[in-house]
Design a protein around this ligand. Sequence first.
Ligand code: ZN
Length: 398
Amino acid sequence: MVAAVVAAIVVAEAAVLALRPREGIGNPLPVDPTAYFTPDQIQRAEAYRGPQRLLGLGVLAVEIGVLALAAWRPPAALTAPRRRPLVAAAAAGAALSVLVALAPLPLQAVAHQRARAVGLVTQSWGGWAADVVRSTAIAALFAALGAAAVVGLLRRAPRTWWLWGSGVIVGFGAFTVALSPVVISPLFNDFRPLPAGDLRRDVLALADRAGVRVGEVYVMDASRRTTAANAYVAGLGATKRVVLYDTLLEGFAPDEVRVVVAHELGHQFHADLWGGLGFLAVVTPVGLFAAGRITERLAPDLRGPAALPALALSVAVLVPAITWVSNQLSRAVEARADTFSLQLTGAPAAFAAFERRITLRNLTDPDPPDWATFLLGTHPPTVERLGAAEAWAAGRRP
Ligand SMILES: [Zn+2]
């Protein structure tokens, strides 16, 4: 069991090294955060982010705790012999997923309240509760399907189920990447096409220069939940779109919006989504194999619904471990998209102005502790991104 877990981590690390961008990342200059932020601003961000990070880790601990309890003492409903094990598995999967969603709610409510108190979140408690219900329902649906599929596989192919399961997960990942901007995101937000004008022309011209074909530019009503600003490019083929948060359009200068759009086009140019799917395709089989070994140790019967809590527990433990590894890849890929943005716009001052403004607005810690970047950082910390812009401005380009 230990060997399988170590092997999964080693394979994930090897995949990171193989997929890691080799060029297109500059060497950021060292940046003192006080050159961009007042001591007061830095202190305010740290006072907010520090406890938020701990609350996030607490949520993870509660989720794992709930699953550990269910694995240690599987409910009688799971262990009783069933005539229709797949139906029982679907019900158990949905129930487990609802349990995991509800148990950490108090911690999440505290995090929500803190975000409201600093003005980062605009959403009312009613809207928050509606989101919780909606996302719990979606998760329960997928958990039911996943649980039925996995128990079906365990029964049919007890030796190779993890291989088939990986195929399903990676296929589902590709499907989600292609369809979530069209199917899932509209459940949570409204999207309207960006009206004709300078910005739309500008975004399409940037995409053209980057060699990225974009079907449509949308504005998303992010402000109904948050003051945080962002943009993304999503979808494959005909569903490909640039999405701008309305908060980005309201709070930022046009040359700052360009820098953000150029960063997102960088992800498209380098096909980072496919790199991510490639990582998933390599890591999922070894991860599931390791989860199977853990489950064998914990569960009485690997071929029925009774194995589900143990399997869910092993996945819940392995996913954060592998995410910590994959965050190394994510940070490198984000740094490359930053360089792409600097290249495409040639505007390091606008880039730095955007980084400074978004850091203040999102109450991001500009220079977080190394452990936090290592474990949780999907992007380089602000000081590093500012350092990349400074290096670019100083002519030190990759
Ligand atoms: Zn990015």
